[in-house]
Design a protein around this ligand. Structure first.
Ligand code: CTP
Length: 416
């Protein structure tokens, strides 16, 4: 596989070099830095890491028509880091150096991993450029949140090189090589629930929630990549997340992941318990409806003009996570839950998470803040990991895949 790694200015030198090393585990990497990138890391470093010559200008190797040949012959192009300036140039279709001309010639999957200060990432010009790139089919990875250059912190940080390489390689159906990916779940069976349950009111209506299933699917993908035999119990995933699942299953033979589709809490409960009976780990990442309508008529409920809405009587659903934690379907089974919290007058996100951890009895609870654009439907997440007594045992932020790997790191420590 021929991978082109475009490198632009900005972000620490170690991360750029690691991106190159991670990609090199899967194919021949040719690095194309912009001239600004060479101010940070010199060409000899990239040449040593990739084992290929490094050029920046369109006028290098004119007889070989390099500025077109490289793009045409590539199987994957990754630009990491991609600065705000570079994205604007790509949107405008500029062709004034080797990287921009290569992008215009490339017909393979193209991945941008932006890195910049939060204010620049949030600026309407950058948002609009990112939207345009995505409309044109470029896969733009959400930046991680954390320490930026200088003393600033916030979204805009270049994700971990291994995460960029993994996400990019998944687009060409090539999981990271074993040397980079840890295989610490080999021989383990895991069950992950993802998405949000829907409780039917009548044949056309339901009570649901905003969960896209992104975090659960990232957990399933991460576990499969680490060698586990995975059952994903998928409740009403968002369409783009369903497509992601299909791409994991398309990689059959390398990743073991079977998918059981469910709608309601009752269906999710039976599917999780059936697969959980033989599992070493059960992770309840699904957002489960706490209540369901007491009756579900077979015909659509009709509006009677002027009479107002008919009341809907609700019954409490079983708490699947608490059941699993208290019963343990298998000796030594590790049970993991999530706690989606907004915080309120009676306590912070973490206060509510602690109470929930003690009430549910799971071995691990990942507490995340939701609402106001956080958590649901986004590509990134931020969680605090608590044990069953409510003690903080870890924290993670970044892409949902990075959070998933942090959860598995904590689970591995609990496995007998
Ligand atoms: N959960 C479950 N069964 C339910 C409700 C929740 O298994 N009936 C699981 C979720 O999959 C998640 C954890 O419990 O792992 C916490 O879910 P959450 O919705 O945050 O908590 P609730 O128990 O519903 O409490 P509340 O709605 O009061 O926050």
């Amino acid at each position: 596989m021929r991978i082109l790694l475009g490198v632009t200015g900005g972000s620490p030198r170690t991360r750029r070099s690691s991106c190159c090393a991670c990609c090199a585990s899967r194919g021949a990497v040719r690095v194309i830095p912009t001239s600004a990138a060479l101010e940070f890391v010199g060409a000899p470093t990239f040449e040593a890491l990739s084992g290929e010559p490094v050029s920046t200008e369109v006028f290098d190797d004119v007889p070989g028509v390099q500025h077109v040949a490289l793009g045409k012959g590539a199987d994957l192009v990754i630009v990491a880091p991609a600065t705000a300036d570079f994205m604007a140039r790509a949107v405008a279709g500029l062709a004034d150096d080797l990287l921009t001309t290569t992008l215009l010639a490339a017909r393979c999957p193209v991945v941008f991993a932006p890195a910049m200060h939060t204010e620049m990432w949030d600026h309407p010009a950058t948002r609009s450029n990112v939207a345009t790139l995505r409309e044109r089919g470029v896969h733009v990875i959400e930046p991680a949140s954390g320490r930026l250059t200088g003393t600033d912190t916030g979204p805009g940080r270049l994700p971990e090189p291994v995460d960029i390489a993994r996400e990019a390689l998944a687009l060409v159906d090539a999981p990271l090589a074993g040397s980079v990916e840890t295989q610490d779940l080999t021989g383990r069976r895991v069950v992950v629930s993802a998405g949000g349950t829907r409780e039917p009111i009548d044949p056309v209506r339901f009570i649901g929630n905003r969960s896209s299933g992104r975090q659960g699917v990232a957990l399933a993908q991460a576990a499969a990549a680490r060698g586990a035999d995975v059952t994903l119990v998928a409740a009403n995933l968002a369409q783009d997340v369903t497509d992601q699942v299909e791409s994991v299953r398309g990689a059959a033979g390398r990743l073991a992941c079977s998918v059981v589709r469910v709608e309601s809490t009752a269906e999710l409960r039976s599917a999780v318990r059936a697969a959980g009976a033989a599992a070493d780990v059960v992770v309840m990442a699904a957002a489960v409806a706490d209540f369901r309508p007491a009756a579900t008529p077979g015909a659509k409920i009709k509006k009677v003009p002027g009479q107002g809405p008919a009341p809907i009587e609700l019954l409490e659903n079983p708490d699947i996570l608490a059941e699993l934690a208290h019963e343990r379907l298998r000796p030594g089974q590790v049970v993991v839950g999530f706690a989606a919290e907004t915080g309120d007058a009676s306590g912070s996100v973490l206060d509510h998470g602690r109470t929930k951890a003690r009430r549910k009895g799971a071995d691990l609870i990942a507490v995340n803040a939701v609402g106001s654009g956080r958590g649901f439907g986004t590509d990134s997440n931020e969680v605090t990991l608590l044990d069953g007594t409510g003690e903080v045992v870890g924290a993670a932020s970044g892409t949902k895949r990075a959070v998933a790997d942090a959860v598995w790191d904590a689970v591995v420590k609990l496995l007998p």
